[in-house]
Design a protein around this ligand. Structure first.
Ligand code: GAF
Length: 389
Protein backbone atom coordinates (compact mmCIF):
# COMPACT_ATOMS: atom_id res chain seq x y z
CA UNK A 1 0.00 0.00 0.00
CA UNK A 2 2.86 2.37 0.86
CA UNK A 3 4.67 1.52 -2.37
CA UNK A 4 1.53 2.09 -4.42
CA UNK A 5 0.90 5.42 -2.71
CA UNK A 6 4.43 6.58 -3.48
CA UNK A 7 4.18 5.37 -7.06
CA UNK A 8 0.85 7.10 -7.72
CA UNK A 9 1.98 10.34 -6.12
CA UNK A 10 5.24 10.35 -8.08
CA UNK A 11 3.54 9.54 -11.39
CA UNK A 12 0.99 12.28 -10.84
CA UNK A 13 3.76 14.77 -10.13
CA UNK A 14 5.59 13.74 -13.30
CA UNK A 15 2.42 14.06 -15.36
CA UNK A 16 1.55 17.52 -14.05
CA UNK A 17 4.98 19.10 -13.81
CA UNK A 18 6.76 17.17 -16.59
CA UNK A 19 9.76 16.45 -14.35
CA UNK A 20 10.83 13.92 -11.75
CA UNK A 21 10.16 15.09 -8.15
CA UNK A 22 13.30 16.14 -6.31
CA UNK A 23 12.18 14.57 -3.04
CA UNK A 24 9.47 12.31 -1.61
CA UNK A 25 8.28 12.55 1.99
CA UNK A 26 5.97 10.36 4.02
CA UNK A 27 4.02 11.65 6.98
CA UNK A 28 1.97 9.19 9.07
CA UNK A 29 -1.37 9.30 10.83
CA UNK A 30 -1.56 8.27 14.45
CA UNK A 31 -3.42 6.17 16.95
CA UNK A 32 -3.61 6.89 20.65
CA UNK A 33 -3.57 4.02 23.13
CA UNK A 34 -4.82 6.19 25.98
CA UNK A 35 -4.77 9.81 27.20
CA UNK A 36 -7.56 11.59 25.37
CA UNK A 37 -8.29 15.31 25.68
CA UNK A 38 -5.49 15.70 28.18
CA UNK A 39 -2.76 17.00 25.87
CA UNK A 40 -4.12 20.55 26.20
CA UNK A 41 -4.49 19.95 29.94
CA UNK A 42 -0.79 19.36 30.67
CA UNK A 43 -1.38 15.62 30.95
CA UNK A 44 0.30 12.55 29.47
CA UNK A 45 -0.66 10.79 26.26
CA UNK A 46 0.39 7.52 24.60
CA UNK A 47 0.13 7.89 20.83
CA UNK A 48 1.99 6.10 18.04
CA UNK A 49 2.45 6.74 14.33
CA UNK A 50 0.80 4.20 12.03
CA UNK A 51 1.32 2.71 8.58
CA UNK A 52 -1.12 5.08 6.91
CA UNK A 53 0.51 8.06 5.29
CA UNK A 54 0.32 11.22 3.31
CA UNK A 55 2.92 11.08 0.56
CA UNK A 56 4.42 14.35 -0.72
CA UNK A 57 6.30 14.64 -4.01
CA UNK A 58 8.07 18.00 -4.02
CA UNK A 59 10.56 19.99 -6.09
CA UNK A 60 11.99 23.49 -5.75
CA UNK A 61 11.16 25.64 -8.78
CA UNK A 62 13.54 28.64 -8.56
CA UNK A 63 10.63 31.04 -8.40
CA UNK A 64 8.43 32.42 -5.61
CA UNK A 65 5.30 30.77 -7.00
CA UNK A 66 4.03 27.57 -5.45
CA UNK A 67 1.63 25.01 -6.87
CA UNK A 68 -0.09 22.58 -4.52
CA UNK A 69 -1.95 19.61 -5.96
CA UNK A 70 -4.29 17.58 -3.74
CA UNK A 71 -4.38 14.48 -5.93
CA UNK A 72 -7.17 12.67 -4.08
CA UNK A 73 -9.46 15.70 -4.26
CA UNK A 74 -8.43 16.58 -7.78
CA UNK A 75 -7.87 20.15 -6.69
CA UNK A 76 -5.02 22.61 -7.05
CA UNK A 77 -4.01 25.88 -5.44
CA UNK A 78 -1.41 28.34 -6.71
CA UNK A 79 0.02 31.27 -4.80
CA UNK A 80 3.04 33.52 -4.48
CA UNK A 81 5.13 32.97 -1.37
CA UNK A 82 5.94 36.69 -1.22
CA UNK A 83 2.26 37.45 -0.62
CA UNK A 84 0.86 37.71 2.87
CA UNK A 85 -0.53 34.19 3.39
CA UNK A 86 -4.06 34.06 4.77
CA UNK A 87 -6.65 31.29 5.29
CA UNK A 88 -8.71 30.58 2.17
CA UNK A 89 -11.90 28.68 1.30
CA UNK A 90 -10.13 25.42 0.48
CA UNK A 91 -9.77 23.82 3.89
CA UNK A 92 -7.03 21.38 2.88
CA UNK A 93 -4.86 24.24 1.63
CA UNK A 94 -5.11 26.02 4.99
CA UNK A 95 -3.21 23.21 6.73
CA UNK A 96 -0.33 23.90 4.34
CA UNK A 97 -0.59 27.68 4.12
CA UNK A 98 -0.71 27.90 7.92
CA UNK A 99 2.58 26.04 8.24
CA UNK A 100 4.25 28.18 5.57
CA UNK A 101 2.96 31.31 7.26
CA UNK A 102 4.33 30.17 10.65
CA UNK A 103 7.72 29.33 9.13
CA UNK A 104 7.91 32.73 7.41
CA UNK A 105 6.82 34.45 10.62
CA UNK A 106 9.77 32.88 12.42
CA UNK A 107 12.07 34.62 9.93
CA UNK A 108 13.03 31.66 7.73
CA UNK A 109 13.50 32.13 4.04
CA UNK A 110 11.31 29.94 1.83
CA UNK A 111 11.40 29.71 -1.97
CA UNK A 112 8.91 28.48 -4.54
CA UNK A 113 8.08 24.79 -4.89
CA UNK A 114 5.75 22.44 -6.71
CA UNK A 115 4.04 19.71 -4.79
CA UNK A 116 1.63 16.80 -5.22
CA UNK A 117 0.27 14.97 -2.21
CA UNK A 118 -1.91 11.93 -1.81
CA UNK A 119 -3.05 10.00 1.26
CA UNK A 120 -4.01 6.62 2.67
CA UNK A 121 -5.11 8.17 5.98
CA UNK A 122 -8.91 8.28 6.02
CA UNK A 123 -10.06 11.85 6.58
CA UNK A 124 -12.21 12.72 9.59
CA UNK A 125 -11.65 9.27 11.09
CA UNK A 126 -9.72 10.51 14.11
CA UNK A 127 -6.39 9.30 12.69
CA UNK A 128 -5.05 12.79 12.38
CA UNK A 129 -4.67 13.31 8.68
CA UNK A 130 -4.48 17.04 9.45
CA UNK A 131 -1.39 16.74 11.64
CA UNK A 132 0.19 14.47 9.02
CA UNK A 133 -0.37 17.18 6.43
CA UNK A 134 1.01 19.95 8.64
CA UNK A 135 4.05 17.97 9.74
CA UNK A 136 4.73 16.64 6.27
CA UNK A 137 4.88 20.13 4.78
CA UNK A 138 6.94 21.42 7.72
CA UNK A 139 9.37 18.54 7.35
CA UNK A 140 9.57 19.00 3.60
CA UNK A 141 10.30 22.74 3.84
CA UNK A 142 12.93 22.07 6.48
CA UNK A 143 14.78 19.59 4.27
CA UNK A 144 14.29 21.36 0.96
CA UNK A 145 15.46 24.76 2.19
CA UNK A 146 17.84 23.65 4.97
CA UNK A 147 15.99 25.62 7.63
CA UNK A 148 17.55 23.80 10.56
CA UNK A 149 14.26 23.32 12.41
CA UNK A 150 14.19 20.64 15.11
CA UNK A 151 11.50 17.94 15.11
CA UNK A 152 9.93 19.63 18.12
CA UNK A 153 9.77 22.93 16.27
CA UNK A 154 8.12 21.22 13.28
CA UNK A 155 5.46 19.75 15.58
CA UNK A 156 4.88 23.09 17.33
CA UNK A 157 4.63 24.93 14.00
CA UNK A 158 2.00 22.40 12.88
CA UNK A 159 0.00 22.89 16.07
CA UNK A 160 0.21 26.69 15.86
CA UNK A 161 -0.93 26.71 12.25
CA UNK A 162 -3.96 24.60 13.15
CA UNK A 163 -4.87 27.23 15.75
CA UNK A 164 -4.42 30.19 13.45
CA UNK A 165 -5.36 28.93 9.97
CA UNK A 166 -7.92 26.24 10.81
CA UNK A 167 -9.37 27.58 14.04
CA UNK A 168 -9.00 24.40 16.10
CA UNK A 169 -7.23 24.96 19.41
CA UNK A 170 -5.72 21.50 19.39
CA UNK A 171 -3.09 20.15 21.77
CA UNK A 172 0.31 18.87 20.68
CA UNK A 173 -0.35 15.11 20.66
CA UNK A 174 -1.11 14.56 16.98
CA UNK A 175 1.76 16.60 15.56
CA UNK A 176 4.17 15.11 18.07
CA UNK A 177 3.14 11.56 17.21
CA UNK A 178 3.39 12.22 13.50
CA UNK A 179 6.93 13.63 13.76
CA UNK A 180 8.37 11.53 16.61
CA UNK A 181 6.74 8.20 15.73
CA UNK A 182 9.06 5.19 15.92
CA UNK A 183 8.57 1.73 14.47
CA UNK A 184 6.99 -0.67 16.97
CA UNK A 185 7.05 1.94 19.72
CA UNK A 186 4.43 3.86 21.61
CA UNK A 187 5.36 7.36 22.75
CA UNK A 188 4.63 8.36 26.31
CA UNK A 189 4.56 12.12 26.04
CA UNK A 190 4.48 14.58 28.88
CA UNK A 191 2.47 17.40 27.31
CA UNK A 192 3.61 19.84 29.97
CA UNK A 193 7.36 19.56 29.33
CA UNK A 194 7.35 17.77 25.95
CA UNK A 195 9.66 15.14 27.44
CA UNK A 196 8.96 11.73 26.00
CA UNK A 197 9.85 8.08 26.32
CA UNK A 198 9.35 5.22 23.90
CA UNK A 199 7.64 2.07 25.13
CA UNK A 200 7.92 -1.17 23.19
CA UNK A 201 4.61 -1.70 21.44
CA UNK A 202 4.70 -5.40 22.08
CA UNK A 203 1.14 -6.49 22.69
CA UNK A 204 2.13 -10.18 22.51
CA UNK A 205 -1.08 -12.24 21.97
CA UNK A 206 -3.04 -9.07 21.25
CA UNK A 207 -3.31 -6.53 18.50
CA UNK A 208 -4.89 -3.13 17.94
CA UNK A 209 -7.94 -2.97 15.75
CA UNK A 210 -9.66 0.23 14.69
CA UNK A 211 -13.35 0.24 13.90
CA UNK A 212 -14.27 3.27 11.82
CA UNK A 213 -17.82 4.46 12.47
CA UNK A 214 -17.73 6.32 9.17
CA UNK A 215 -19.23 9.25 11.02
CA UNK A 216 -17.15 12.26 10.05
CA UNK A 217 -16.28 14.96 12.47
CA UNK A 218 -14.58 18.28 12.14
CA UNK A 219 -13.24 19.65 15.38
CA UNK A 220 -14.18 23.12 14.31
CA UNK A 221 -17.88 22.46 14.20
CA UNK A 222 -17.74 19.94 17.03
CA UNK A 223 -17.41 20.84 20.66
CA UNK A 224 -13.60 20.63 20.74
CA UNK A 225 -12.95 24.32 21.36
CA UNK A 226 -15.89 24.44 23.75
CA UNK A 227 -14.35 21.63 25.82
CA UNK A 228 -11.13 23.58 26.03
CA UNK A 229 -12.97 26.63 27.32
CA UNK A 230 -14.87 24.54 29.87
CA UNK A 231 -11.77 23.00 31.40
CA UNK A 232 -9.95 26.34 31.42
CA UNK A 233 -12.87 27.76 33.33
CA UNK A 234 -12.76 24.81 35.72
CA UNK A 235 -9.03 25.06 36.28
CA UNK A 236 -9.33 28.76 37.11
CA UNK A 237 -11.83 27.92 39.87
CA UNK A 238 -9.66 25.07 41.19
CA UNK A 239 -6.57 27.32 41.25
CA UNK A 240 -8.50 29.92 43.14
CA UNK A 241 -9.29 27.45 45.90
CA UNK A 242 -6.02 25.56 45.85
CA UNK A 243 -3.18 28.02 45.12
CA UNK A 244 -0.68 25.14 44.98
CA UNK A 245 -2.36 23.97 41.74
CA UNK A 246 -0.65 25.33 38.64
CA UNK A 247 -1.97 22.84 36.09
CA UNK A 248 -4.32 19.83 36.08
CA UNK A 249 -1.25 17.75 36.90
CA UNK A 250 -1.18 19.15 40.43
CA UNK A 251 -4.86 18.52 40.90
CA UNK A 252 -6.20 15.49 42.81
CA UNK A 253 -9.57 13.82 42.48
CA UNK A 254 -10.35 14.88 46.07
CA UNK A 255 -9.85 18.54 45.21
CA UNK A 256 -12.27 18.29 42.31
CA UNK A 257 -14.78 16.39 44.44
CA UNK A 258 -14.53 19.03 47.14
CA UNK A 259 -15.40 21.72 44.59
CA UNK A 260 -18.22 19.77 42.97
CA UNK A 261 -20.90 22.30 43.80
CA UNK A 262 -18.80 25.36 43.07
CA UNK A 263 -17.77 24.00 39.69
CA UNK A 264 -21.32 23.10 38.74
CA UNK A 265 -22.39 19.81 37.20
CA UNK A 266 -20.96 20.22 33.68
CA UNK A 267 -17.59 21.77 34.56
CA UNK A 268 -17.19 19.32 37.44
CA UNK A 269 -17.62 16.34 35.11
CA UNK A 270 -15.16 17.78 32.58
CA UNK A 271 -12.50 18.40 35.25
CA UNK A 272 -13.12 15.07 36.96
CA UNK A 273 -12.53 13.29 33.67
CA UNK A 274 -9.26 15.15 33.06
CA UNK A 275 -7.82 14.34 36.49
CA UNK A 276 -8.79 10.66 36.21
CA UNK A 277 -7.52 10.39 32.62
CA UNK A 278 -4.09 11.81 33.47
CA UNK A 279 -3.72 9.11 36.16
CA UNK A 280 -5.02 6.42 33.79
CA UNK A 281 -2.20 7.11 31.33
CA UNK A 282 0.39 6.57 34.05
CA UNK A 283 -1.33 3.33 35.05
CA UNK A 284 -1.53 2.26 31.41
CA UNK A 285 2.19 2.89 30.87
CA UNK A 286 2.90 0.60 33.82
CA UNK A 287 0.48 -2.02 32.53
CA UNK A 288 2.16 -1.95 29.11
CA UNK A 289 5.58 -2.27 30.72
CA UNK A 290 4.37 -5.23 32.79
CA UNK A 291 2.61 -6.79 29.78
CA UNK A 292 -0.57 -6.64 31.86
CA UNK A 293 -2.93 -6.38 28.91
CA UNK A 294 -6.04 -7.14 30.92
CA UNK A 295 -5.35 -4.04 33.00
CA UNK A 296 -4.52 -1.99 29.92
CA UNK A 297 -7.82 -3.02 28.34
CA UNK A 298 -9.74 -2.13 31.50
CA UNK A 299 -8.17 1.31 31.56
CA UNK A 300 -9.07 1.88 27.89
CA UNK A 301 -12.68 0.98 28.61
CA UNK A 302 -12.75 3.29 31.64
CA UNK A 303 -11.47 6.08 29.41
CA UNK A 304 -14.38 5.53 27.07
CA UNK A 305 -16.89 5.68 29.89
CA UNK A 306 -15.41 9.03 30.95
CA UNK A 307 -15.24 10.44 27.42
CA UNK A 308 -18.80 9.43 26.74
CA UNK A 309 -20.53 10.33 30.01
CA UNK A 310 -18.40 13.06 31.59
CA UNK A 311 -16.49 14.72 28.78
CA UNK A 312 -19.35 14.10 26.33
CA UNK A 313 -17.28 13.87 23.16
CA UNK A 314 -18.54 10.51 21.90
CA UNK A 315 -21.62 9.93 19.76
CA UNK A 316 -24.29 7.22 19.43
CA UNK A 317 -22.46 5.37 16.68
CA UNK A 318 -19.16 5.15 18.57
CA UNK A 319 -20.91 4.26 21.83
CA UNK A 320 -22.64 1.47 19.93
CA UNK A 321 -19.31 0.12 18.62
CA UNK A 322 -17.75 0.19 22.08
CA UNK A 323 -20.80 -1.41 23.73
CA UNK A 324 -21.03 -4.08 21.05
CA UNK A 325 -17.60 -5.50 21.92
CA UNK A 326 -17.98 -5.28 25.71
CA UNK A 327 -18.94 -8.92 26.08
CA UNK A 328 -16.65 -10.30 23.40
CA UNK A 329 -14.13 -12.59 25.10
CA UNK A 330 -11.51 -11.69 22.50
CA UNK A 331 -11.63 -7.96 23.30
CA UNK A 332 -9.79 -6.70 26.37
CA UNK A 333 -10.64 -3.02 25.98
CA UNK A 334 -12.34 -0.59 23.65
CA UNK A 335 -12.77 3.15 23.48
CA UNK A 336 -13.32 6.07 21.17
CA UNK A 337 -10.08 7.55 19.93
CA UNK A 338 -9.02 11.10 19.11
CA UNK A 339 -11.07 14.26 19.34
CA UNK A 340 -14.36 12.37 19.15
CA UNK A 341 -17.83 13.13 17.77
CA UNK A 342 -17.28 10.28 15.30
CA UNK A 343 -14.19 8.61 13.90
CA UNK A 344 -12.80 5.31 15.16
CA UNK A 345 -12.86 3.13 18.22
CA UNK A 346 -9.59 1.47 19.19
CA UNK A 347 -9.79 -2.11 20.40
CA UNK A 348 -7.28 -4.33 22.13
CA UNK A 349 -8.13 -7.72 20.71
CA UNK A 350 -6.76 -11.25 20.68
CA UNK A 351 -4.71 -11.82 17.54
CA UNK A 352 -6.56 -14.00 15.04
CA UNK A 353 -10.05 -12.95 16.20
CA UNK A 354 -10.15 -9.73 14.25
CA UNK A 355 -11.97 -10.92 11.13
CA UNK A 356 -14.69 -12.72 13.02
CA UNK A 357 -15.30 -9.65 15.16
CA UNK A 358 -15.33 -7.29 12.19
CA UNK A 359 -17.92 -9.45 10.44
CA UNK A 360 -20.15 -9.66 13.49
CA UNK A 361 -19.99 -5.98 14.45
CA UNK A 362 -20.38 -4.82 10.84
CA UNK A 363 -23.71 -6.62 10.57
CA UNK A 364 -24.94 -5.23 13.90
CA UNK A 365 -23.80 -1.74 12.98
CA UNK A 366 -25.47 -1.87 9.57
CA UNK A 367 -28.70 -2.98 11.21
CA UNK A 368 -28.62 -0.23 13.79
CA UNK A 369 -27.47 2.75 11.70
CA UNK A 370 -27.52 1.67 8.06
CA UNK A 371 -23.85 2.64 7.83
CA UNK A 372 -21.01 0.46 6.50
CA UNK A 373 -18.32 -0.12 9.10
CA UNK A 374 -14.68 0.04 8.07
CA UNK A 375 -11.93 -1.69 10.00
CA UNK A 376 -8.17 -1.11 10.04
CA UNK A 377 -5.52 -3.43 11.42
CA UNK A 378 -2.76 -0.93 11.96
CA UNK A 379 0.98 -1.37 12.36
CA UNK A 380 3.04 1.06 14.37
CA UNK A 381 5.55 2.77 12.17
CA UNK A 382 8.10 5.55 12.04
CA UNK A 383 7.34 9.26 11.99
CA UNK A 384 7.52 11.84 9.21
CA UNK A 385 10.54 11.12 7.08
CA UNK A 386 12.29 11.60 3.81
CA UNK A 387 11.61 8.69 1.51
CA UNK A 388 13.89 9.71 -1.31
CA UNK A 389 16.16 12.52 -2.41
C1 GAF B 1 -7.55 15.90 18.54
C2 GAF B 1 -6.54 17.00 18.85
F1 GAF B 1 -5.97 17.46 17.71
C3 GAF B 1 -5.48 16.52 19.83
O1 GAF B 1 -4.64 17.58 20.20
C4 GAF B 1 -6.11 15.88 21.06
O2 GAF B 1 -6.62 16.84 21.93
C5 GAF B 1 -7.18 14.87 20.66
O3 GAF B 1 -8.12 15.42 19.76
C6 GAF B 1 -7.94 14.35 21.85
O4 GAF B 1 -7.10 13.64 22.69
O5 GAF B 1 -6.99 14.87 17.82
Amino acid sequence: MKKKLIQHTTEHFEKIFQKVPETIFLSPGRINIIGEHVDYNDGFVMPAAINKYICFAVSKNNDSDCTLIAKDLNEAYKFDLNDDLKPIEKMWANYILGVLHEIKKRGYNLKGFDMVFSSTIPMGAGLSSSAALECGIGYAMNKLFNLGLTKEEIALIGQKSEHTFVGVNCGIMDQFASVFGKKNSVIKLDCNTLEYEYYKANFKKYSLLLLDSNVKHTHLTSGYNVRRQEVEQGLAIIKNHFPQVKTFRDCTEDMVLELKETLGNVIFRRCHFVVKEIQRVLDAAKALNDSDFKRLGQLMSETHEGLSKDYEVSCDEIDFLVDAVQHEKSVLGSRMMGGGFGGCSINLIEKGSENELIEKISAQYRNAFDIELKAYKVKISKGTSLYKD
